[in-house]
Design a protein around this ligand. Sequence first.
Ligand SMILES: Cc1cc2nc3c(=O)[nH]c(=O)nc-3n(C[C@H](O)[C@H](O)[C@H](O)COP(=O)(O)O)c2cc1C
Length: 177
Amino acid sequence: MKIVALGGSSSSTSINKRLATYAAGLFENGHVEVLDLNDYELPLFSVDKEKELGQPAIARAFLDKIGSADILVLSVAEHNAGLTVAFKNIYDWASRQHKKVWQDIPMLLLSTSPGKRGGMSALEAAKISLPHYGGNIRATFSLPLFNENFDIEAGKISNKEHDDALKDIIRNFDYGK
Ligand SMILES: Cc1cc2nc3c(=O)[nH]c(=O)nc-3n(C[C@H](O)[C@H](O)[C@H](O)COP(=O)(O)O)c2cc1C
């Protein structure tokens, strides 16, 4: 089973990429590939840029990677109570080549932030948008107060309650097509 994990952020130290990587590793019998949004950087989308650039190969490559997954683990980062520009940009570019960007692949949708709400607004924004574009969100989980609840060196959730909650979600994850 191939699990493609990504954080919805281009930060080199992305906490959402860390959370997505950890969560993806919890699936039994999974082979995990972690994407880096920096590999999918394009100019800010506009219809004018699209006229200039057409259908960029980078967006095609993103779609191909998404399409190679049996399970997607996406952890969205929150900027100003919404999705980050880096995530939205590749999402927008990709959607112009293939409307079903997320290709109906069973998805575990996550979010985290240093704040108490754990990026819940970004998670809610993703829950509204993604299903219109092939997003097949089967479960969600948000980790609040990342710096207190995640051990960066160990690469895992340090708070037992949150860790158990995530493990429970993954144990019961329905990945049937
Ligand atoms: C421009 C900007 C806006 C932010 N807005 C929010 C916010 O609305 N809510 C929140 O919880 N954190 C906010 N943060 C803090 C981010 O959650 C934090 O930088 C986090 O590390 C982002 O995730 P990432 O590391 O995966 O990129 C913001 C950070 C930046 C740089």
